[in-house]
Write a protein that binds this ligand. Structure first.
Ligand code: ATP
Length: 267
């Protein structure tokens, strides 16, 4: 298996006629309605919407962890499985999914081994430090809090410098102060690399602060009800929250969420 060359350009992600129904005819549940979407190369897109509207399902379809009921996903012209095989994409999900018998350092380094990349202890320790886990390099997941485990999972994601990053509520269990710091520091890493990033979050502020574009989903079965560009200067910081356009965009996202919710409630 070839290693992902770190200078490979970030991919565009294309979803065509993508839909997902779980279960069978006896108890079918449509999680995602037919969706056509293009995620531009090197851009960060945030997905927001009510709980259960299919955001994680979309992310899992893009990662190749679920098969679509109809339609397809192409990542730079390749299938998700092909891209995953060569460590061209990385995912951080809510449940962190670290190997319990490995230390933090071992979990982060594992991503390099799985991607058949040379071990790079310095890069591993730098990322562990960046996510604020200095001193916990040799701890096992059971010795960490939920938020710390999430941060270790993010370090594991970033260490291979993948072209595509899929983040599902990556900061959900992290305290507010750490979340603010991570919101500021981590995007610098993937912006530097120009990574295509798709992020699911329940925080409108986080969605706008981190992304170039916010897609707002209706309630289940999820469909995109608004596609809102985020034209705020980068790099972003806490000061971006004071930018006059920031408030305007978060208001737009809130209004779209409400509209999607009202339209569904009226059906
Ligand atoms: N493996 C599965 N089998 C059956 N149903 C599933 C499966 N995964 C998700 N679902 C259902 O599909 C719907 C969409 O779930 P999904 O996790 O994609 O939503 P979400 O928007 O990410 O929700 P949240 O914001 O609460 O994380 C939900 O009703 C959920 O119960």
């Amino acid at each position: 298996m070839a290693a992902e060359p770190r200078d490979r350009p970030p991919p565009e992600v294309r979803c065509q006629g993508l839909a997902k129904t779980y279960g069978d005819a006896g108890g079918a549940l449509m999680a995602l309605s037919t969706t056509d979407l293009v995620f531009e190369a090197g851009r960060t897109t945030a997905l927001v919407g009510p709980s259960g509207c299919g955001k994680s399902t979309l992310l899992r379809l893009i990662a190749g962890l679920e098969s679509p009921t109809t339609g397809s996903v192409e990542i730079g012209g390749e299938s998700p499985l092909a891209v995953r095989k060569r460590a061209g994409l990385a995912m951080a999900f809510q449940d962190a999914s670290l190997l319990p018998w490995r230390t933090v350092r071992g979990n982060v380094a594992l991503a390099l081994q799985l991607g058949r990349m040379p071990s790079d202890g310095e890069a591993v320790d730098r990322l562990i430090s960046l996510v604020g886990l200095d001193g916990f390099e040799d701890s096992r997941p059971s010795q960490l809090s939920g938020g710390m485990r999430q941060r270790a999972a993010i370090a594991r994601c970033l260490v291979t410098e993948p072209g595509l990053l899929l983040l599902d509520e990556p900061f959900g269990a992290v305290d507010e102060l750490t979340r603010l710091r991570l919101n500021q520091d981590l995007p610098r890493l993937w912006e530097k690399r120009g990574t295509t990033t798709i992020l699911v979050t329940h925080s409108i502020t986080e969605a706008v602060l981190l992304s170039d574009r916010v897609l707002v989903f209706s309630a289940r079965p999820g469909r995109v009800v608004a596609d809102i560009p985020v034209a705020l200067p980068r790099p972003r910081s806490r000061d971006s929250l004071e930018h006059p356009r920031f408030r305007m965009i978060t208001d737009q996202v809130s209004a779209a969420l409400m509209e999607g919710w009202q339209a569904d409630a009226a059906q």
